[in-house]
Design a protein around this ligand. Structure first.
Ligand code: ATP
Length: 641
């Protein structure tokens, strides 16, 4: 018998069997910080990122599956955070109830029309009910369309809100931030998985509650015995779904691990191919790869077998239940204890009572992927610290940066900075040097307000950095990072990132000042636009120059800005920075930078204290008080150039 209740909604997303991130590429998995396999070993990514991503791995991922399972069919935190999700649930309940009523009406009109036609031997009753039947079908269609519309709108609204919240959380400076790749994947394709959750699973979940209830009552009113049979057999479907779910979960978890191992094995192999070839070991890897592939095939087939069998079992169960109702009512029609109209009514409605529950099962994976994506987003949002409450303006005029007794450790790691004191005097070029991993970039990130110190404080002139408005601080800083990033666009577009409103003339001046010898109209593609490392750095310097010269930035922060430049270009770059006449804090190991800096501060790292070096005027815990403002104490060593 054709089903009167359709899925309630249809979406563009593929209805195919989805098993969470088991299908993610190795690359995407690596980007997301998911467990990485080195050879046959699985290693977890660090901190929040690993936690967030484990959820995003979907039901088949170990760990994530358990946690999603404990959350039940609807994540309460998602409902709390997203008003659109709450509204959708209420709306779907109303639509679901109305839908069920239309199904009851349709069944009644058919049963009444056919039953009466048989009883009277005339087609007249059929003609009488036809317009009502048509109206019920139209109403059913309209409700289905409304359900689609509400689900799609809710999905769009929730995705937009989560994306906004994730971005806001990501922009709050914190130590354990996930990498760009994770956030990019999550807010782009990751959250799109919510379409399946809102457009398929949630409406069906509501229907699974409302339809059996309404239909059960309708049948009970007409024929109590059939209602009792349905009420007795209906719970078998969720019970079997849960039993099958447990088996499937174990299997898919195992398959996910095997698949992850294969993906990472393959990715590692590709990455290490040049080395393997150099040592003549490339061919020897084929056997390992074949074994991983074979294990993956066996596990995939085992999972598929269970998936197909489970669908078969559920279908069989529903069919047998309907058959019991049909046989019982058939016998009672023959014995004359039930009339034709009632029996038809029950027979039309009975399959409809089982259908939504079976469909919830088939949409489970859509829900699991969406719920996992939402969970990853919510974890990321929750992990972010409270945004800075700084409301002070930045002091006017030249800026002096003071770092006083700053200590910092990344979560779960040894301290990177310990009681660091330093001053970068106004309008001077201060060079911060020291061993790799000594915490120089971390310190720069603190001065830019991206990372908060665990101890001590940072000052800009006489103002505590934590109290300065984040956007005021950002506007005052021109930053050249260690690995300048490009955006898709022309060279001019990329330079203009320093000051989006800059004119072409200003952009060209910046390029000339920074020695960027490129056509401003040349198109560049990330990640490197086929530019050399030196060209990239000069382009980043041009951005910073534009920001200082025309954008009003007063503090230049540069992380290895001259690495990869030849001697003359390096001297030119330094001269360019100096000519701008603003406070500049440069991290560098390059002799030319050390030589041309007004102040050189050696960051010696925690626990090592400061070692007197050539030209050093300070030691641990000492302050020079030389009038220039440059100073250092423990963890730093300084010389005046
Ligand atoms: N996000 C992070 N999470 C955990 N540890 C980190 C993070 N960023 C840096 N570290 C660790 O902190 C230490 C200091 O790193 P940082 O980049 O500040 O050093 P650096 O002096 O700038 O090094 P280099 O001169 O090589 O650039 C390193 O041991 C690094 O591994």
């Amino acid at each position: 018998m054709p089903s009167l209740i359709t899925e309630g909604v249809r979406t563009g997303s593929s209805p195919g069997p989805s098993t969470g991130s088991g299908h993610l590429s190795a690359d995407r998995r690596c980007q997301q910080g998911q467990p990485l396999a080195r050879g046959s070993e699985l290693v977890e990514g660090p901190g929040t990122q690993a936690k967030a991503i484990q959820h995003h791995t979907g039901p088949s991922a170990p760990g994530g599956a358990d946690q999603d399972q404990h959350r039940g069919p609807v994540d309460p935190q998602l409902l709390r955070r997203a008003a659109a999700a709450r509204r959708l649930l209420i709306l779907q309940t109303i639509i679901g109830t109305a839908s069920s009523l239309t199904v009851v009406l349709i069944a009644w009109f058919i049963a009444y029309g056919v039953g009466s036609a048989f009883d009277s031997g005339r087609p007249q009753p059929l003609v009488e009910v036809a317009p009502w039947l048509a109206a019920a079908f139209v109403a059913r269609g309209l409700l289905s369309w409304l359900s689609d519309l509400a689900a799609v709108r809710a999905s769009i609204a929730v995705k937009a809100q989560l994306r906004r919240d994730v971005m806001q959380a990501y922009l709050v400076p914190s130590a354990g931030q996930p990498d760009h790749g994770t956030v990019t994947t999550l807010i782009s394709s990751g959250l799109d998985d919510l379409d399946g959750y809102f457009a398929k699973y949630l409406p069906q979940l509501v229907l699974a509650v409302t339809v059996p209830l309404v239909i059960g009552i309708a049948i009970a009113v007409q024929d109590l015995l059939s209602a009792v049979i349905i009420a007795g057999t209906l719970p078998l479907i969720p019970i079997f779904m849960i039993l099958i779910g447990w088996t499937t979960q174990k299997l898919t978890g195992r398959r996910w691990r095997v698949q992850a191992r294969l993906a990472h094995h393959f990715a590692d192999l590709i990455a290490g191919l040049p080395t393997l070839r150099a040592f003549g070991r490339a061919k020897a890897q084929a056997e390992g790869l074949r074994r991983s592939g074979e294990a993956n095939r066996v596990e995939t087939l085992a999972t598929l077998r269970i998936a197909l069998l489970s669908a078969l079992v559920l279908e069989l169960l529903a069919t047998l239940s309907v058959a019991i109702v049909a046989v019982v009512i058939g016998l009672r029609v023959i014995s004359g204890s039930v009339d034709l109209t009632t029996s038809l009514f029950v027979l039309i409605l009975a399959p409809e009572a089982y259908l939504p529950l079976r469909k919830v099962g088939s949409h489970y994976h859509d829900a699991a992927n969406g719920a996992a994506a939402a969970r990853a987003a919510l974890d990321l949002i929750d992990a972010a610290p409270e945004p800075s409450v700084g409301e002070d303006e930045l002091p006017a005029g030249p800026l002096t940066v003071t770092v006083a007794g700053v200590g910092f450790a990344y979560p779960g790691a040894a301290p990177v900075l310990d009681s660091v004191d330093l001053i970068a005097p106004a309008r001077r070029l201060t060079c911060l040097t020291g061993p790799s991993g000594g915490g120089k970039s971390t310190l720069l990130s603190m001065i830019m307000g991206w990372t908060r110190p665990d101890a001590g404080r940072l000052m800009i002139n006489d103002r505590d950095l934590a109290r300065i408005r984040p956007d005021a601080l950002r506007n005052a800083i021109a930053w050249v990072g260690q690995n300048p990033a490009l955006v898709t666009g022309t060279v001019a577009d990329n330079v203009r990132m320093g000051r989006p409103s800059a004119s072409l003339v200003q952009v060209k001046r910046a390029m000339a000042a920074a020695g960027v010898d490129l056509d401003p109209d040349r198109r560049l593609q990330p990640p490197d636009g086929m530019l050399s490392a030196g060209e990239l750095r000069r382009l980043a310097l041009a951005r910073a120059w534009l920001r200082v010269r025309y954008g009003g930035a007063r503090l230049m922060i540069l992380d290895e800005p001259t690495a990869g430049l030849d001697e003359q270009t390096e001297l030119d770059a330094l001269a360019t920075i100096r000519r701008l006449g603003v406070t500049a804090l440069v991290v560098s190991h390059r002799p030319a930078v050390l030589a041309s800096a007004d102040e050189v501060i050696q960051l010696t790292g925690p626990g090592t204290g400061s070692e007197p070096g050539q030209g050093s005027t300070s030691g641990q815990g000492s302050a020079t008080g030389d009038g220039s403002g440059a100073l250092l104490a423990s963890g730093t060593e300084r010389r005046r150039a």
